[in-house]
Design a protein. Structure first.
Length: 355
């Protein structure tokens, strides 16, 4: 009878870890499948948590003078009024500059065309005119497709409004009595799990609120810097471009350069290459301020993540769920790492630099 072949300890260990990784991978895949089927609810809950993180301190402050329910209502109405006021300001700025902007863009396109015909590009004028003709032909031939896309966009608008309404509804309860809801949830768990779940939940919320406050500070600072710079450079639509920069900053490392690239295109068409070059230089300056000053401050309020971890998280989130995934990825990774560190260290607040 032959001897059974011996398996090396390394192979045994690798196999033991491999099946565990397969189980974890299957669980993660199942979670993403569920989130994909109910992504509107997930987005609404995420937005509700963001609103809660921003407005809960304000509501607590107002509640010192008013009843809790009235303070929550006052805070939410004030927040909605602030957002609508900003949108109205943007709309007024676009409407007020529309005529002048159209003229500047037409002149700017002529300047760009003339610039491309000079050295070092020396493009053929007929090629540029052919490009204009092809663009016009494309729009004419695909008019029905564009119209159907616009109609389908109306249904997407209904979905967006539904998500926003659900987010406000959930934030109302989170702001008013989120702590009591969490205590009730922990009370439903077995006794041996209550303490660990309570520690994990508090660590997650502490990290999430810290990250939310910090990223809003980063976005606001970037928006102010961009708005002031574009205003003094005479670039049209300075206020809408500043608002675009504010929302783009919620995608770390990627959002701000994309928003400033849009501003550079506007500056190129309206004011010429020199102004566009200055706006491009702003990308470098604001990137340095964000990378070396603001983002370290944000992560000190949450969990310090290496820039490589942030970049991979953003790309993975964008692949999994588009723009929403890119926005959610970094706070999700921060929360998961914070929970892991807190449970591993016995409940102490994490101050980690994974990298």
């Amino acid at each position: 009878m032959g001897m059974e072949p011996q398996v090396s300890p390394f192979l045994r260990t690798a196999a033991a870890h491999a099946w565990r990784l397969l189980v974890v991978g299957a669980a993660v895949y199942a979670v993403f499948v569920v989130l994909g089927r109910f992504h509107e609810i997930g987005v609404a809950l995420f937005l509700g948590l963001v609103v809660t993180a921003m407005l809960r301190p304000v509501a607590d402050l107002v509640a010192r003078r008013l009843p809790r329910g009235l303070a929550v209502a006052f805070t939410l109405i004030g927040g909605i009024a602030l957002v609508l006021g900003v949108l109205a300001l943007v709309g007024e700025a676009v409407a007020g500059e529309s005529t002048e902007l159209t003229r500047e863009f037409r002149d700017g396109l002529d300047r760009i065309t003339a610039w491309l015909q000079r050295p070092p590009f020396r493009l053929d004028p007929t090629a540029l005119s052919d490009l204009h003709t092809k663009v016009g032909d494309f729009l004419s031939s695909h008019r029905s497709t564009l119209l159907s896309t616009a109609i389908s966009g109306a249904s997407h608008l209904v979905q967006v409004l539904t998500v926003l309404a659900l987010a406000l509804f959930t934030s109302l309860f989170f702001i008013h009595s989120g702590d009591r809801q969490w205590k009730w949830f922990c009370a439903q768990l077995p006794d041996r799990l209550r303490v660990r779940w309570d520690l994990a939940g508090r660590a997650a919320w502490r990290t999430f609120t810290g990250y939310t406050h910090g990223i809003v500070l980063v976005a606001g600072t970037n928006a102010v810097l961009v708005g002031v710079a574009l205003y003094f450079l005479g670039v049209p639509l300075a206020v809408p471009l500043a608002v675009l920069e504010f929302f783009a900053a919620f995608v770390p490392l990627v959002g701000s350069p994309v928003a400033l690239a849009v501003a550079a295109v506007v500056a190129l068409a309206a004011k010429g290459p020199l102004t566009a070059a200055i706006v491009i230089a702003l990308i470098v300056v604001i990137g340095q301020i964000e990378g070396h000053l603001l983002h370290p401050l944000v992560m000190s309020w949450a969990v310090r993540l290496h820039p490589l971890v942030v970049a991979i998280s953003v790309v993975a989130g964008a692949i999994a769920a588009g723009v929403v995934g890119a926005v959610v990825a970094v706070p999700l990774v921060s929360v998961v790492w914070s929970v892991h560190a807190t449970l591993r260290e016995g409940g102490r607040a994490p101050a980690l630099d994974v990298g």
